[in-house]
Design a protein around this ligand. Structure first.
Ligand SMILES: [Zn+2]
Length: 440
């Protein structure tokens, strides 16, 4: 996630609905918690277990072993882990994947097809047409998002939820907001985040959230700036591993039945070569663009640019959107643009170069590539708790399958998704077979 440089300020937008939102200090006064006016946990929710879902942004599947992240490896031994990693959805970017995990929907179904993209249909309806993760107005506007994220699912079924950062958690989606959430501010102290999670779990049972999300960005930042093999990245891995150790101990001390699920959104690869700039191969006049996404105004332009780019470089493939290979799940949503560019290796691709005089450096590390073709894109998965078997390793699986799995642990009826409970059922003590909702 790109640091949005948000200051801690009371939430100003999004109060135009039935969900009244109020800002109060959290366990650490510097943390402002946004409270949604929800009722107590339902009698059924009171009987459910707890899930703490943690994202370690950019924590590549092999970092734990590569750098000796002892707390994560121990956690995997006490529960389940994916030693060969978990497949992010394409594109392997932060917002599309956090929201794929939250909804069980591929990016083209969940609405977030990239970190920044356009929607020409919205433009024609007179609505804002650009989504960008640094744009607080877009990020908090629920009309960009599809599906029923886990926190909305919980709230709809009478279970309280709390998000200490997660893409999408600041918007009202499917008619709901988390009972408690924060405006994204990566400067919030990292140990204080754990203290806040514990404070939520110490609330009286009626108000205590059963689903809690938590987020750390350090490893992604280090990977971009220094690359996956750098000592700085190792240091970031060790830092978040220490936080994981603290979190695990703190959760144990609550004596509550908490399933701890630790994932990442994607991996990281060292970029090869300079920027590849598409407008040096084809005249993009008449196109709107976002990153390497290309939005042609008419069929003639789209066909012209497709033909120009088709044999322009071995470093990318170009497809008419309808022809994008099915395995990428990236051919159904107009937000993907047309034609669609897919890098064939670790290459940094963009439509246009920067304005004159603006910096033009290539990041050392990057992600976003096809996880099926580039193992460096695979993400991490570790989980343990009362619902999870001990000492099981799972083969790589698609991250959309986490949604029905987490819903099951909470006893919630999952909304329709691209994931299946079958994929991870063998990691559950009940094999995914009980009804849920009646766990003691
Ligand atoms: Zn990143």
């Amino acid at each position: 996630m790109v640091a949005a440089n948000c200051l801690v300020v009371p939430f100003a937008s999004g109060q135009d609905s039935a969900n009244a939102v109020e800002s109060r200090p959290g366990v650490v006064p510097a943390i402002q918690i946004l409270h949604t006016d929800h009722g107590p946990n339902s009698p059924q929710a009171l009987k459910a277990h707890y899930v703490v879902l943690v994202s370690l942004d950019g924590f590549r599947w092999d970092y734990a072993k590569k750098y000796g992240a002892t707390h994560l490896l121990a956690l995997g031994k006490s529960g389940v882990w994916a030693p060969e990693g978990m497949y992010p959805s394409f594109p392997s970017l932060t917002f599309p994947n956090h929201y794929a995990i939250a909804t069980g929907l591929y990016p083209e179904h969940n609405g977030l097809v990239a970190n920044s993209f356009l929607d020409l249909q919205r433009e024609s309806e007179g609505k804002p047409d650009k989504y960008s993760i640094g744009d607080a107005k877009a990020v908090t506007d629920g009309s960009w998002y599809s599906g029923v994220p886990l926190w909305s699912l919980a709230e709809k079924q009478g279970m309280r939820s709390a998000c200490l950062f997660w893409p999408g958690s600041e918007a009202e989606i499917a008619g709901e907001r988390p009972s408690e959430y924060l405006k994204f501010d990566d400067k919030v102290d990292e140990s204080a985040r754990i203290a806040q999670v514990v404070a939520w779990l110490k609330e009286p049972a009626n108000s205590r959230p059963h689903l809690i999300t938590l987020y750390y960005s350090d490893v992604d930042h280090a990977g971009h700036e220094f690359g996956p093999d750098a000592t700085e990245t190792r240091a970031a891995v060790m830092k978040v591993d220490t936080l994981v150790g603290k979190l695990r101990a703190a959760l144990k001390a609550t004596k509550l039945p908490v399933d701890l699920v630790i994932v990442s959104d994607h991996g990281m690869v060292k970029i090869d070569g300079p920027w590849i700039t598409l407008d040096t191969f084809a005249d993009l006049d008449g196109f709107e663009t976002a990153g390497a996404l290309l939005y042609g105004k008419n069929e003639e332009d789209r066909a012209r640019v497709y033909n120009k780019l088709k044999h322009a470089s071995e470093k990318f493939e170009v497809y008419r959107r309808k022809d994008v290979p099915a395995g990428l799940h990236y051919n159904e949503n107009e937000r993907e643009g047309d034609p669609v560019i897919v890098a064939t290796g670790p290459y940094a691709i963009r439509a246009h170069g920067p304005a004159a005089g603006k910096p033009d450096s290539v990041p050392v590390g990057q992600h976003g590539f096809d996880p099926a073709k580039m193992p460096e894109m695979k993400a991490s998965f570790f989980a343990m708790g009362p619902d999870i078997v001990v000492g099981k390793k799972v083969a790589p699986f698609g991250n959309v399958n986490l949604y029905p799995w987490i819903a099951h642990m909470l006893g919630l009826d999952a909304a329709k998704s691209d994931g299946s409970l079958n994929i991870l059922a063998g990691t559950l003590r009940d094999n995914g077979e009980s009804d849920g909702g009646s766990k003691e």
